[in-house]
Design a protein. Sequence first.
Length: 277
Amino acid sequence: MILVTGATGNVGRCVVRRLAQAGERVRALARDPSAAGFPAGVQACTGDLSAPESLAHAFEGVDRLFLFTPASGTGSIARVAREAGVRRVVLLSSAATQKADPRINPIAARHAAAEAAVREAGLRWTFLRPDSFAANACAWADTIRREGVVRAAYPDAQRNPIHEDDVAAVAVAVLLDAAHDSHAYALTGPAVITQAGQVRTIAEAIGKPLRFEVLTREQALAARPAGTPVEVAERLLDYALKSVATAPAVTDAVERVTGRPARAFAQWARDHAAAFV
Ligand SMILES: NC(=O)c1ccc[n+]([C@@H]2O[C@H](COP(=O)([O-])OP(=O)(O)OC[C@H]3O[C@@H](n4cnc5c(N)ncnc54)[C@H](OP(=O)(O)O)[C@@H]3O)[C@@H](O)[C@H]2O)c1
């Protein structure tokens, strides 16, 4: 049995669907699974990653775990999992562990701490370290739908956006093959594209012209999504600014692990066009 956490999220939802399609026994954890609409045959399970001791029931009969990195407490989750009989963990980590300084970058710190905790728990592990999610463009959906505009800083910031279902395809390949134990995979999309290029690509996918209104850094900070701490928004803007001059690397890890190349941002935009109209 495989337990998928973060099962209602961008990646976890695709992991659940792919495992169910592969005929695997899957349990999907969410704080409120009643609204999740998991595929037929998937066991829905209520649980909160911020209360690790309460998760023992979720781990019963589970040998493999897809773990969404929680805000904290990964060590306790890993310990409870190991005591319940879990053997292998596939951790949804982040490229930030390799690209940023955990002393000043909270995203890097959270994922680096989770990787260390999983290693130390004595579980077999594989770390998935995606760079930018294509799904981050969903943050533009509201103003695209209402006003045909994207407001952001640094239109020439370069991304290597990865389709969430490509991260999931890697996760499933890894969950089903222990040969991936003790590997960390840097995951990216197949090509670099600027933010302005992403907006043009979405415009093509929905057949509607879109404007890019350039914000100053201060305006972008003030307009950060509700719930995003200012220091996280600052580091994301730092990352975007740096990428104007230095393109992020592109890796072939999706193809190496799954046998199929990563999907282009244009494909992601077509797959998600309905979110922008
Ligand atoms: N965005 C990027 O560019 C990027 C790049 C690299 C790595 N990452 C990492 O990828 C992860 C985000 O993945 P995603 O986009 O697939 O997720 P997401 O769409 O943001 O969804 C979050 C998921 O986590 C679950 N969750 C959150 N807190 C929980 C808790 N206390 N207990 C149980 N479940 C909890 C939510 O479940 P509920 O149904 O219970 O709410 C939901 O399924 C983050 O760790 C992020 O740092 C993101």
